[in-house]
Design a protein around this ligand. Structure first.
Ligand code: ADP
Ligand code: MG
Length: 263
C-alpha cells in the first residue's frame, strides 16, 4: 500500500486542489451482516480525491448501510475502511476526529431544532474543533452565504423550507472542513420544487473539487455529476461504470431491470 501523509486539515471550501491519484476512502473486503441478512457482501471500493461517486440501486440494497459504515455510524464485521490512509478507529477521540473528516448529509435534515441556523453551523467547530465563537461564526456566515441562506442565519430551522434546511445541513457539514462528503438521498424528503436548489449546491461543491459519495434516485443529476456510478443490489456492488456506460449500456440483468423501472 502507498504511504500517506499525516492527515492535514482540509482546504477551505472552494480552494480544493484536485490531486487525482490520492485515495481518500478505501473500502477493502468489507462484509456486514444483520443476523442472517448479508447486508454488505465483499465490498471493495476506492474513492480518490476530487472524485464524485454516485451510488444507485433498489431500496434495501445496502446503500445507506455502506454510507454509514464510511463514517463508522455502523460497525463492520470483516474488512477495513481507511480515510486518507488511516483506518477507522473503533471509538473515542480518534474516532470523533476522523469522523469530522467525513461529512454526512441525510435524507432528513437532522438540524438541531432548538438552535438557530447559525448556531447549528457553529456548534461542531466550537465543540469538536475548539474554534473560538468569533472564528466559528465568521466561517458559518461565509458557508451560509455560499448555500444562499446568509439572510436566514438568526432563524430557527422550522422557519425554513425543506430545501433551505437541507442547504443548512450541507453548510453545517462543510464547517468541519471534511475531506469527503457523503450524501444519502439528500433530496428524497423534499417537495419537487426544492430538489434543484439542493442539487445545485451539491453540483457546485463537486465542481470545486470536493470528494463525494452521493446516493440518489435523481438520474439526471447522477448522469451529469458522477465521475463513476456504482450500482448496488442485494448488498453487492454489481456494476461500476462511467455514467455514459451505465445508463446507455448496463451490463447486468439487475441493472437493466432497475433502470427499466425508474427511467
Ligand atoms: P438502502 O439504503 O439501499 O435502501 P439499507 O442500507 O437501508 O438499504 O438497508 C439494507 C438492508 O438492511 C435492508 O434489507 C434493511 O431492511 C436492512 N437493515 C438496515 N438497517 C438495519 C438494522 N439496523 N437492523 C436490521 N436490518 C437492517
Ligand atoms: Mg437508504
Amino acid at each position: 500500500p502507498e504511504q500517506h501523509q499525516a492527515p492535514e486539515s482540509a482546504p477551505a471550501p472552494g480552494t480544493a486542489v484536485v490531486d487525482g491519484d490520492r485515495p481518500l476512502v478505501e473500502i477493502n473486503g468489507v462484509n456486514k451482516w444483520y443476523g442472517d441478512l448479508h447486508v454488505l457482501n465483499d465490498i471493495n471500493l476506492t474513492i480518490r480525491k476530487g472524485e464524485v461517486v454516485v451510488i444507485l440501486g433498489p431500496s434495501g440494497s445496502g446503500k445507506s448501510t455502506l454510507c454509514r459504515t464510511i463514517n463508522r455510524l455502523e460497525t463492520i464485521d470483516e474488512g477495513e475502511i481507511l480515510i486518507d490512509g488511516v483506518p477507522l478507529p473503533e471509538e473515542g477521540k480518534q474516532l470523533a476526529a476522523l469522523r469530522a473528516e467525513v461529512g454526512m448529509v441525510f435524507q432528513s435534515f437532522n438540524l438541531f431544532a432548538h438552535k438557530s441556523i447559525k448556531d447549528n453551523v457553529t456548534l461542531g467547530p466550537m465543540k469538536v474543533q475548539k474554534k473560538s465563537r468569533k472564528d466559528a461564526e465568521d466561517e458559518a456566515m461565509k458557508l451560509l452565504d455560499r448555500v444562499g441562506i446568509a439572510n436566514q442565519a438568526e432563524k430557527m430551522p422550522a422557519q425554513l423550507s425543506g430545501g433551505q434546511q437541507q442547504r443548512v445541513a450541507i453548510a453545517r457539514s462543510l464547517a468541519m472542513r471534511p475531506k469527503v462528503m457523503l450524501f444519502d438521498e439528500p433530496t428524497s424528503a423534499l417537495d419537487p420544487e426544492m430538489v434543484n436548489e439542493v442539487l445545485d449546491v451539491i453540483t457546485t461543491l463537486a465542481k470545486e473539487g470536493m470528494t463525494m459519495v452521493v446516493v440518489t434516485h435523481e438520474m439526471g443529476f447522477a448522469h451529469r455529476a458522477a465521475d463513476r456510478v456504482i450500482f448496488m443490489s442485494d448488498g453487492e456492488i454489481v456494476e461500476e461504470a462511467t455514467p455514459e456506460e451505465f445508463f446507455n449500456n448496463p451490463k447486468s440483468d439487475r441493472a437493466r431491470d432497475f433502470l427499466g423501472k425508474i427511467l
